[in-house]
Every structure is written in structure tokens, then in C-alpha cells.
Design a binder for this molecule. Structure first.
Ligand SMILES: [Fe+2]
Length: 421
């Protein structure tokens, strides 16, 4: 029988079978990493994405990135298509550029906020430096101003990778008015040298967060722990602590804010203590809840009050229940969106620490691309359903009810809940 040859490496004997095994491990390791982070073909420059700095029914912010500074930042737009012919657009608007300190590669982020738009209207636009504009004409649609029903999607904890891309494609196939990310967007941890992770995530969004008619789907971002660089002390400016959250996505410069969706709903974006402590948002939250004028209040934050994977008594969960939950309950909130645990969950309706049909149903738990985690609190008193399943929620908002459907990465609906006022 042929005996395995033995090689000498740094004076140590290695049989050829062990070298072959090592080679296989390295090959599979490389293939796995390449699959997780397919850098090849990533292209984020000169491609537009939408955020909301102002009211979603009358404004939108158009953003794009370049590797060179622009003398002028300009968008040409109108409610009629003009096939990129610069003079045919009804309006033009100027914007601003910014950079992120310490970026290893030159990068400018340009933003133009359009205001005074008509609600529930399609707009067509091109963008550029005032002389040269994008060759492609893009389209967006403003939200309605009244009680027109709409659909949005929400999920959290994404990062780049094949699962994220599948989920984003499934989102776009459902033509939502906008998409909310409940924190932990790219997983760069606020570290500048990890900027390629942001690029890879953005590349997926730019490719696929477009509806069947070519409409760009606006994004709304809550902040999560993976947006923040823990090495940067809290005394530093927020732009240094969460450079990409603030640098890439203009939303008014804060980590807690509201956006009214016509007269139907108020999206309440909160910061689970990543930049601003829970307690410091309380007065503002009270004012936002009391002025909501019978709109559905839709709270979105990263760390769950009622976790499916992590400990119920974990500090950020307990802080949310202490500082915010009584305010939600007093304001008749019916559904809240939670993330961070990388699972699917739907709680029973809960109020004052017990199950109550008039309570709040908590939907989560942030598995919009990340590897699903084990369910540890499936038997908890508050849990209705929990699964290790990647997903997003599709929320249909109407005057009399909220209809929420969970969709998995194969675009299959696997859970649903309808909540009335
Ligand atoms: Fe998280």
C-alpha cells in the first residue's frame, strides 16, 4: 500500500494528507467569506438613494456619492418625465456636500433636499454638478397628506450578504412606500476603516430597493449598537461616534425623530441609548405622543422591551420598559417594532406587565439579513410566536386597522396579525 508522503515545513513533519486538508479548509473558508462579502462588482458611486429630512408628503432628500469634490450640487426635477434633458425639467434645487473624516479613499456625499412638493405625486429627476448630470432619469413618489392607506416594510440587523440581498429583493417586489431599518444597518461598528462593509450594504440597496416600476424606495434608519464606535468617547461629536449613520443618511442630524405619514400615522424613531440615553428622550417623546392627533403611533427602536433571544433583564431592555413603555401605553400605542435579537417574534398584546387584549403587540426581533439566532424566550409569558427565521414585516396602514405580515427570505408570508384601534 502507498504510504502518505511527509513534508518538512519549518523543520516540522507534515503528512501530505494534512496539507491537503488544510488546503480544503482554506478554500472553503475563502468561498464562505467571498459569499458573505462579495466585494467584486460593488459600486456605490454616482448612484442615488433617498432619505427624509423633512415631511415625507412634501419633501425628499436625494443623496449620491462621488470620489471627487463637485463645484456645485444640483438636482433637476419635475412631475413630468423629461428623459434626462436638463432644460425640460420644471425645477432645480441646490444641495450640500460633506466628507467623513479619515476615510481611506476620497469620498464626497452629496445631498439635495427638495421641498414644496405635491403629496402623492410621482417626480422624475437627474442629479449632478450643474453641468453634467446623471444619464439615467430616476423617479420617486411623495407620501399622501391625508388618510390615504399605504404600505411600508420594516426590519433590522442587516449587514451585507446574500441573505440581505434576497430579503431586499423580496421587499421591493411588494412595492412598499418606504422601508425602515431598525438599527444595525451595515455592521461597520462606526469604524472608518470598515467603510467597505457600508459600500457592500449600500450596493445591495442601490441595486434592488427599486419597485417594479423603477421607483426608488426611500429609507428611514433608526440607530443600533453597530452604528457606533465604542472607542470614541461620548464627549466627541456624534458624527465621530456614528460616522456613517450621520454621514451617509441625512435625517435631520438626530437619532430620535418623528415623521408623519399623512394624517394616518406617526413614525416615532427612538435611540435605545446608543448615542442618547433613554431618559433624555422622555420629554421629547411625551410631546410627540401628545401631539399625534389620533394618528397611529408606530414606535421603532433597536433594543427590544420583550426580547426573544437575550435576557429580559438586560439593561437596555429594562431602560426601555422603564422610561418609554408607560408613555406608549398611555398613548394607546398598539404595535411597536423591536430589533437587535436576530430572530422572528410576535408577542401577545401586553399592557402594565400583563397580557391584555388592549395592550401593545411587539413585533421583531431584527433578522433582516443576519444569521438567525436561537430562540431562548419562546416560553416567556409574553411570547405568542418566536422562530429562528430571517424576515421583514410588511405593514399595511389604514384608518381603522394595521395589518402586519411577516415575510421570509423566500418571499413567503409566514405570520400575520391585524390590530384595530
Ligand atoms: Fe444590535
Amino acid at each position: 500500500m502507498r504510504r502518505s508522503r511527509v513534508f518538512q515545513i519549518w523543520g516540522m513533519p507534515f503528512p501530505e494528507t494534512s496539507i491537503f486538508m488544510l488546503f480544503l479548509v482554506m478554500l472553503f473558508g475563502y468561498a464562505y467569506c467571498a459569499d458573505q462579502y462579495p466585494e467584486a462588482g460593488v459600486q456605490v458611486l454616482q448612484r442615488p438613494y433617498l432619505t427624509w429630512e423633512g415631511n415625507p408628503d412634501t419633501s425628499v432628500t436625494i443623496n449620491w456619492q462621488t470620489d471627487k469634490a463637485l463645484k456645485k450640487v444640483e438636482v433637476r426635477y419635475g412631475s413630468e418625465p423629461a428623459q434626462g434633458s436638463t432644460k425640460k425639467y420644471q425645477y432645480k434645487a441646490a444641495g450640500v456636500s460633506r466628507t467623513i473624516d479619515g476615510m481611506p479613499e476620497p469620498r464626497w456625499i452629496h445631498s439635495v433636499t427638495l421641498t414644496g412638493l405635491q403629496p402623492a405625486t410621482d417626480y422624475y429627476f437627474i442629479y449632478g454638478d450643474g453641468k453634467k448630470f446623471s444619464k439615467t432619469e430616476y423617479r420617486f413618489r411623495t407620501m399622501g397628506s391625508g388618510d390615504m392607506p399605504f404600505t411600508f416594510v420594516i426590519g433590522g440587523d442587516m449587514g451585507p450578504g446574500p441573505r440581505t440581498r434576497k430579503l431586499v429583493k423580496a421587499v421591493a417586489s411588494r412595492n412598499p412606500a418606504f422601508a425602515v431599518v431598525g438599527g444595525d444597518i451595515h455592521y461597520e461598528n462606526g469604524v472608518i476603516r470598515n467603510f467597505r462593509v457600508c459600500d457592500m450594504w449600500l450596493d445591495i440597496w442601490l441595486d434592488d430597493m427599486v419597485d417594479a416600476d423603477g421607483r426608488l424606495i426611500p429609507m428611514v434608519h433608526a440607530i443600533g449598537n453597530h452604528e457606533v464606535n465604542k472607542e470614541v468617547p461620548p464627549s466627541e461629536p456624534v458624527e465621530k461616534r456614528a460616522p456613517f449613520y450621520f454621514g451617509y443618511y441625512p435625517q435631520g442630524g438626530k437619532t430620535f425623530f418623528t415623521r408623519d405619514l399623512g394624517s394616518l400615522a406617526r413614525l416615532v424613531i427612538l435611540d435605545s441609548g446608543h448615542i442618547i440615553p433613554h431618559a433624555e428622550q422622555v420629554d421629547w417623546l411625551k410631546s410627540q405622543l401628545s401631539s399625534s392627533e389620533n394618528r397611529w403611533i408606530l414606535p421603532v427602536y433597536h433594543v427590544p422591551f420583550y426580547p426573544s433571544h437575550r435576557e429580559f433583564d438586560g439593561e437596555p431592555s429594562a431602560l426601555g420598559r422603564t422610561h418609554w413603555m408607560p408613555l406608549f401605553e398611555a398613548a394607546n400605542v398598539r404595535v411597536a417594532f423591536e430589533h437587535h435579537d436576530h430572530t422572528f417574534k410576535r408577542t401577545k398584546p401586553v399592557k402594565a406587565g400583563v397580557v391584555d387584549p388592549n395592550g401593545i403587540t411587539y413585533l421583531g426581533d431584527g433578522c433582516f439579513g443576519r444569521e438567525p439566532r436561537e430562540i431562548k424566550n419562546g416560553d416567556a409569558w409574553y411570547m405568542e410566536k418566536a422562530l429562528s427565521t430571517a424576515h421583514f414585516w410588511v405593514v399595511d396602514v389604514r384608518q381603522d386597522q394595521l395589518h402586519c405580515v411577516a415575510v421570509d427570505e423566500e418571499n413567503r408570508e409566514f405570520d400575520t396579525v391585524t390590530v384595530s384601534r
